[in-house]
Design a protein around this ligand. Structure first.
Ligand code: NAP
Length: 312
């Protein structure tokens, strides 16, 4: 791949964890001559100004004008409305991309609003933390992490390559697949695990008060790790489950079957079945560490990337 070509003007819409990390990374790696930050929340805009994350900061979607790349970093459920409101301001030839955790629904919501001559390249960086807002971002969030592009059959190759070079330029590793395949893969690797975490922490919260305090007091590694995931942004995750309904329900069906098999093994004292599964899953964890997508630290390595944002 050739050296990343810097963009003339990069517009980022939605300056939360992902949008503000993108702004920091684009600046850190010299990916754009100028960066415009657009958000609907005046408090977010104030923080973006104070942190000096962009050359231009505005609440007006007309700010996307003259940008060669516009990246939507808003919750998946807001993508359609934002696309509709900004469409008239896009400059012909511009590339529109996004970072949404679901792809089929985003493609359906966004595509109808883009005029011919505007290129749409959907993307999803598989990187994040349980924190939200512009203060939570950091420039190395995408370093060594996957970014999945889901170009459409009718996509021109040149804009897709440009988006790929952008992500590679800020340290990500790019993989391409269809939106449908993306949603199925992410349902099992990300969406269902979040649902399980929300559920188990919710169950604990529903226990009697005295028991609840014991849950918090004695929360060992297992439960604590679930609480970290279950602290993720409620708006973002509500939108993910509503937008990826079919794939999540399909994977949840498989999960429930396997859980029943585990319950049966416990009921009938089938230690061999339990031991065989736990051995297989331990190997998967080691494989993820070996691929550099996780550290071997016992706290899931979150202290490294999740809890201590670096200076912008
Ligand atoms: P976030 O920290 O909550 O930031 C979202 C930002 O978008 C907020 O400033 C929000 O403002 C703004 N926004 C919402 N609706 C808007 C609208 N209609 N117009 C303009 N701005 C709007 O969320 P995030 O974690 O960065 O997630 C953003 C996107 O990245 C989501 O699509 C998510 O699926 C994807 N993603 C997230 C992660 C992760 O781990 N967090 C990882 C990969 C991809 P308000 O505060 O006013 O709502």
């Amino acid at each position: 791949m050739a050296d990343p070509a810097p963009l003339r003007r990069l517009a980022i819409v939605g300056l939360g964890l992902i949008g503000s990390s993108l702004a920091r990374a684009a600046r850190h790696y010299g990916m754009a001559e100028s960066i415009v930050a657009i958000d609907r929340d005046p408090a977010v805009l104030d923080r973006v100004r104070a942190l000096g994350l962009a050359d231009e900061v505005t609440g007006d979607l007309a700010g996307v004008a003259e940008s060669d790349l516009v990246i939507l970093c808003v919750p998946v459920g807001a993508v359609g409305a934002v696309a509709e409101a900004m469409a008239a301001h896009l400059t012909p030839g511009a590339i529109v991309s996004d970072v949404g955790s679901v792809k089929v629904a985003v493609v359906q919501a966004l595509s109808p609003h883009l005029a011919p001559g505007i290129h749409f390249v959907p993307a999803h960086p598989v990187a994040g933390t349980e924190y939200s807002g512009p203060d939570a971002g950091f420039s190395t969030l995408f370093s060594g992490r996957w970014c999945i592009l889901t170009p459409l059959p009718e996509s021109d190759p040149e804009p897709v390559e440009r988006v790929q070079r952008f992500w590679e330029g800020i340290g990500a590793i790019v993989e391409t697949m269809t939106p449908e395949h993306h949603d199925l893969v992410l349902a099992i690797t990300s969406h269902v695990p979040h649902l399980i975490a929300y559920n188990i922490v919710g169950t604990a919260a529903d226990l009697e008060e005295v028991t609840q305090s014991e849950v918090i007091k004695f929360s060992a590694g297992g439960f604590r790790d679930f609480t970290r995931i279950a602290a993720s942004d409620p708006t973002m995750w509500r939108d993910v489950f509503l937008a990826n309904k079919d794939a999540v329900l399909e994977m949840l069906g498989r999960f429930n079957e396997d859980l029943s098999a585990l319950a049966r093994a416990i009921r009938w004292g089938d230690g061999d079945a339990l031991h065989a599964l736990f051995t297989r899953t331990r190997a998967i964890r080691r494989g993820i560490v070996a691929m550099g997508q996780e550290t071997a630290e016992p706290d899931f390595g979150r202290g490294r990337s999740g809890s201590k944002p670096e200076a912008p």
